[in-house]
Design a protein around this ligand. Structure first.
Ligand SMILES: Nc1ncnc2c1ncn2[C@@H]1O[C@H](COP(=O)(O)OP(=O)(O)OP(=O)(O)O)[C@@H](O)[C@H]1O
Ligand SMILES: [Mg+2]
Length: 239
């Protein structure tokens, strides 16, 4: 079963007379339980592709099925509901709400998905503890370091047990030891059946993914599995 089915996705921005083709006919299927790393140079369209997969941005054309649901005709509300149900986001910029405590930030997606308060609190505390933030639940984001804010954001993404986890440079703002812990956590989540799609510039993370998809100039130029299967002959990809 494919959790992601992208067919001929294009994203075009107009700047005056000029058309900027940011995604050029992207077709990509991701099966349930996979762990896909998206690599490619800066400006190649990685975040644009991830925002499309995450229903945060609509493509100019093409079709996208998320977990069997065709998304083209859905209203903004229906898209938001689908997103809240199915997707946990981890951004490079943590996107925490500044007025809420760490605990309340982690609880927020669980409020949207209707989890009762007591269970919400317990799960939020468990997630924060797992990420080494168990003592900091009452802190506001501004009272936390960048690395700590990132861990709260990761706890928030994981708290709803999403069927798809999308991460844009999840370890980019973390020191290498914390980054390694987060990678271990992501690998563990994948072993538990969660589908992971992440953007990375880090070869070590890409090497740990099951599948690597390389973008350049808005096109997929390489797509291979890390499971020891023979890799098709391709040009060298810079990340
Ligand atoms: N709203 C917009 N209007 C015009 N161009 C845009 C817009 N958003 C993104 N772009 C352009 O689309 C291209 C791809 O951007 P994107 O953020 O997807 O790249 P990326 O691969 O994630 O890069 P990075 O590794 O630096 O994060 C860039 O050239 C960017 O300038
Ligand atoms: Mg990006």
């Amino acid at each position: 079963m494919n959790i992601i089915e992208l067919q001929d996705i294009r994203k075009v921005y107009k700047r005056g007379e000029e058309e900027l083709h940011i995604l050029k006919s992207i077709s990509l299927n991701v099966s349930e339980g996979d762990f896909v790393a998206i690599i490619g140079p800066s400006g190649s369209g990685k975040s644009t592709l991830m925002n499309t997969i995450g229903l945060l941005d609509v493509p100019t054309s093409g079709s996208y099925k998320l977990d069997g649901v065709a998304t083209e005709q859905l209203s903004d509300n229906a898209l938001a509901e689908l997103r809240n149900q199915k997707i946990g986001f981890i951004f490079q910029q943590f996107n925490l709400l500044p007025r809420l405590t760490a605990m309340e930030n982690v609880e927020l997606p669980m409020i949207y998905s209707g989890i009762p308060k007591k269970e919400r609190r317990e799960r939020a505390q468990a997630m924060l503890t797992m990420l080494g933030m168990g003592q900091r639940g009452h802190h506001k984001p501004s009272e936390l370091s960048g690395g700590q804010q990132q861990r709260v954001a990761i706890a928030r993404a994981l708290a709803i047990s999403p069927s798809l986890i999308l991460a844009d440079e999840p370890t980019g703002a973390l020191d290498s030891r914390t980054g390694e812990e987060v990678l271990e956590l992501i690998l563990q989540l994948n072993q538990q059946g969660n589908t992971i799609v992440l953007i990375t510039h880090d070869h070590h993370i890409a090497d740990n993914a099951k599948r690597v998809v390389a973008l350049r100039d808005g096109s997929i130029i390489d797509d291979y599995r890390n499971d020891g299967a023979a890799r098709p002959q391709q040009q060298e990809v810079s990340v």
